[in-house]
Each structure stands twice: as structure tokens, then as C-alpha cells.
Design a protein around this ligand. Sequence first.
Ligand SMILES: Nc1ncnc2c1ncn2[C@@H]1O[C@H](COP(=O)(O)OP(=O)(O)O)[C@@H](O)[C@H]1O
Ligand SMILES: [Mg+2]
Length: 219
Amino acid sequence: MTAPTLIALISQKGGSGKTTVAMQLAAGLALAGHRVALADLDPQESASRWAESAPPEDPFAAEVVRLRGSAAAMAKALRPVGNRVDIVVMDCPPSIEHPHTMSALDLCHLALVPVVPSPTDLWATRGIERLILDRRQHRPELRGALLPNRVMRTALAGDVLDVLQDFQLPVLDAALAQRSAYALSAVRGTSVFGLGRSAAAAQEEVSQLVAAVLRLIGD
Ligand SMILES: Nc1ncnc2c1ncn2[C@@H]1O[C@H](COP(=O)(O)OP(=O)(O)O)[C@@H](O)[C@H]1O
Ligand SMILES: [Mg+2]
């Protein structure tokens, strides 16, 4: 039996979409037939609450586990889960100074950084990129990628997306637009796949995200 692949959603600040992307990615991977767990590393537990608010007749597609403490403690807590799943999606706290974020970076195979195309997010991304590149010196197997989120069709967004190409971390071959379907699915305790045809554009984006992530982790 091989250990599951760990994908951490990580960023320097809150509001970039870590929880949103973690939930959609976990649901999308599960729908694509992968055995998935969602690990909630954020003491605010928004991902856990999101999944718990799903209606009983339509439970959230992935198992949810709360992870706390050091990397060693998390690895231990993940052992029984690892026997059941192929992929663990980890939702991290809204700060890179938080010890859980550091634990995630010590464990994960892929650090996925959601970036809102705005100047402040861009500056914050320099910090998290440095951290990932630094960790990679100790863990060469660690991969990192940037994921544009809340993308709007404005000149500013276009400029920021251009600047992302100058980062050392690759930009994932996928992006999520600013769409009410993402916020709505959180309220309903589902993913965009639970919203029906009205969320077709968001479903297509998440499917592309799933495909890009699977390519990156070599599935
Ligand atoms: N692509 C998107 N389109 C619309 N709203 C989004 C999108 N991504 C995130 N949001 C909203 O932005 C807010 C912050 O997102 P969240 O995932 O909680 O960020 P984080 O976990 O990084 O703090 C939430 O209200 C969420 O619904
Ligand atoms: Mg969050």
C-alpha cells in the first residue's frame, strides 16, 4: 500500500481562497473517482463546518479530518486515514506563521498557493514562495504551484497574471474566476457540482483544476 499524496492549500494571508479551493478540489477529485480526505488544519474550522452543513441526503463527497500539532503528530493522525484514501487535501490556517502551516509544509507533496490577482496578494505571494523554495532545500520532493483565484476580466487582473509568470513557482494550468457559485456552494454545504446546471462554468473550472493537479502529482 502506498502513502496518500498530500496537497496543501497554503498562502500568506486569509481571503485568498484556501478553504474554497480545498473544498472544491476535494469534491472534484472524489467525483473523478479518487478516494479523498479533506484535512482541516485551520483552528477556525471553516472547512469542517462547510462539510458538516451538507444535507444528510447529499453528504460532502470527501471524508473530513481535523489535524493539529506538529508534523509528526499530523503524520500519526493521518496513518489510519491513509489506509483508506489516495489523496489528502489540506486546508491551512490564514497565516504562514501559524505552526500548522509549517507542519503542512513539512508533510505535503504539493503546496498549492491560491493568488487573487491584486497587488497586495502579489506581494504576499513573494513571501510564501520564498518559504516553499526554502523548504524544498530540505525536502526536494516538495512541489509548489500558484493558482489564480477570483479572477476578473480587468486590465489589473491581466497585468498581475502576467507578473505571476516571473515567479519561480509554476502557475497551474487552471484558474478560478470570481463567481457567486463558489460562495453559494459553501452556504449549501456542497461543492459547485451540487448546484446543478446553473453552476456549469464553475464546474468546468474545477474539473480543469482537478486535471491540472492530477497532471502535476503524476497520477
Ligand atoms: N473564486 C471565487 N469566487 C467568488 N468568491 C470566492 C472565490 N474564492 C473565494 N471566494 C470567497 O472569498 C472569501 C474568502 O475565501 P476563503 O476560501 O475562505 O479564503 P481563505 O481560506 O484563504 O481565508 C469567502 O467568502 C469565499 O466564499
Ligand atoms: Mg480558510
